[in-house]
Design a protein around this ligand. Sequence first.
Ligand SMILES: Nc1nc2c(ncn2[C@@H]2O[C@H](COP(=O)(O)OP(=O)(O)O)[C@@H](O)[C@H]2O)c(=O)[nH]1
Ligand SMILES: [Mg+2]
Length: 359
Amino acid sequence: MPRTTKTKPPAEKAAKPAAPKKPRAKKAAPRIAAPKPVFKTGYVALIGRPNTGKSTLLNALLGQKLAIVSDKPQTTRISILGIKTTDKGQTVFIDNPGIHKPLHTLNKRMMNFVYSSLETSDVVCLLVDATEKFGHGDEYVLEILRRVKTPVFLLINKVDIVRKDTVLPIIGRYKDLFPFREIIPISALKGVNLDLLERLLTAALPEAEKIYSDEEISDQSERFLFAEIIREKILSKVTQELPFVTAVYVEAIEKKAQADWKKRDSPTSGTVPLEDGGIEFGRTRPVTLVRASIFVEKDNHRKIVIGRHGSLIKQIGIEARQEIVEYVGHKVYLELQVRVREDWRNSEDVLDLIEGQKG
Ligand SMILES: Nc1nc2c(ncn2[C@@H]2O[C@H](COP(=O)(O)OP(=O)(O)O)[C@@H](O)[C@H]2O)c(=O)[nH]1
Ligand SMILES: [Mg+2]
């Protein structure tokens, strides 16, 4: 995957204190060791209620799409790492499911990701939506945060779509409720104040060597990414309970080389005459086959996802395929099947299967 940040490894070793040396005949000129540049490394948990823009922020900070985004709540179900390495430090962002009261096993597992990221992190970023009124859900989030000792930054997101004079009262309210280390109005979508956020985060992280190599930018597999891309396209097209009851499982990814017959002007045999009179077989090009199942809970869900005469599933397939092509950079065949798995949200087996795709 292309990296957006050019990285430089930190100085290999700390300057050692001068070892006692034998007295020399001639006095050597005093040597001053250059101070070792400070390198900051740590985990930053992005948390908040559903739809506050956590995944949008992760993508903006990493400069590429790692996490899927939708206007439906509970889009993110599993924590995803976004690793950003610069010459000043390595910040490992943890995108999380939104904080909500869990009703199904799925949601309990989603909340476990949130709790474990709060334990892992060196700094917590709480995202709140500037367009939403403060409510019980926000109190619930603050309750959870009162149990952690980690410094918490408050990020008031979506300031691109609110009047300036609405932000100050939000700051005032939150200031009285919790001892935030920093309060920063941002727009994850438009990139407002993200430089400032990153600077303040790096400053708050501990001095430490990097945890991940310069090349690593996420912890998710290609398989999981493809499943998420397909789910994102479904989410963009369905309403009501459908987003909650849909899961995607990538059964297989096969990479093959396919003969590129059509591109050559060889009508019958698929061979191309060479200048010296010989023939060669058509060039081969890589092609990726992706076979995926879409799980829903009831037969009427299945009908909705398929659509009239298969129109919806076709559109989902077209859009998902396009995005997978952009990712792999060559031809993709995508096969989608919609399967009914009753109550899969309470089935540990199905949940294991879906989570298992990530690593
Ligand atoms: N206007 C605006 N919309 C945003 C911003 N950040 C996120 N969104 C939108 O809010 C919705 C939820 O975003 P998402 O990142 O999926 O939220 P998450 O559930 O917290 O991960 C999507 O429709 C985003 O496009 C922002 O800074 N400004
Ligand atoms: Mg999300």
